[in-house]
Design a protein around this ligand. Structure first.
Ligand SMILES: C[S@@+](CC[C@H](N)C(=O)[O-])C[C@H]1O[C@@H](n2cnc3c(N)ncnc32)[C@H](O)[C@@H]1O
Length: 257
């Protein structure tokens, strides 16, 4: 991974002497930055020598913390070309399939490589396929940015089952516009007991998949993961004023024989 660090500009609050009211001058600000040069933020500059050390320091009236980035800091900064599967949905895929180092995962389409890269943190190997060479190139760069060596990207049409090896994977994650066209591939590539996970923005796409499932595939459950963020501070406890953005539906299907 390139040498990047997390820089936090800590919140600054002053108390108005006349009214006693707290005035927030700036909220917590988080940056993910290279450490080989000075960092110019909005109204402040942090010199390179301060970024090279880890810890807490002040510049003028501002206070900062700096520490090395971990996987999620890098993951949050990958290039996005196609629409990605977000962490809340990826977390559910790991939780409900139990992906571990003894698992081989197939992922299609690769898109920006978000799902392939995230799952490769848990799986032994991830093989990811896409028909678009430009997307594959972004996905490969993202995997290299994240320092991953167990995720492999290849140009293949997931609707053509003849292109894939038989019974090689434990989980097949499918995120393509017409997922029902890849059911034959799912039937071929999964081991017995393996999981076919369909991620789709529209519930009608899931229904089309279910309509054409072979007898040896059973639907375990279809979910939409809704994440509700809250603001918690000394003075208030309330849901953050954000919409529950819809991402997609997840359908968990098992190859039972
Ligand atoms: C929404 S993106 C996938 C995003 C990816 N899961 C991620 O998290 O970054 C959908 C991808 O499917 C690819 N695609 C479309 N049809 C395909 C097919 N028949 N075979 C393989 N990939 C396909 C598109 O090129 C696109 O990159």
């Amino acid at each position: 991974m390139v040498d990047k660090k997390v820089l936090l500009r800590l919140p600054r609050v002053v108390v108005d002497e006349d009214t006693g009211r707290r005035i927030v001058l700036n909220d917590l600000e988080e940056y993910f930055i290279p450490v080989n040069k000075d960092f110019h933020g909005n109204g402040f500059v942090v010199k390179q020598d301060l970024l090279e050390k880890n810890g807490f320091f002040s510049v003028g009236k501002d206070s900062f913390a700096v520490f090395p980035g971990s996987f999620n800091d890098f993951f949050g900064n990958i290039k996005r070309k196609a629409q990605i599967i977000t962490p809340k949905d990826l977390g559910s895929i790991v939780a409900y399939t139990g992906i571990g180092k003894d698992f081989v995962v197939m992922d299609a389409g690769s898109g920006s490589g978000s799902s392939a890269c995230f799952l490769s943190r848990f799986a032994g190997k991830v093989f990811s396929f896409d028909v678009n060479e430009e997307n594959l190139s972004v996905a490969r760069k993202n995997a290299s940015f994240l320092g991953l060596n167990n995720v492999f990207f290849e140009e293949k049409d997931v609707y053509v089952e003849g292109l894939f090896e038989e019974g090689f994977c434990d989980v097949f994650l499918l995120d393509v516009p017409e997922p029902w066209r890849a059911v034959g591939t799912a039937k071929k590539v999964l081991k017995q007991g393996g999981f076919f996970v369909v991620y789709a923005p529209h519930i009608s796409q899931v229904q089309e998949v279910v309509k054409v499932l072979p007898k040896n595939f059973v639907v375990q459950k279809t979910i939409e993961v809704i994440e509700r963020e809250w603001n918690v501070s000394e003075k208030s406890l309330r849901p953050a004023t954000k919409d529950f953005g819809h991402t997609g539906f997840l359908c968990f299907i098992r190859k039972v024989f």
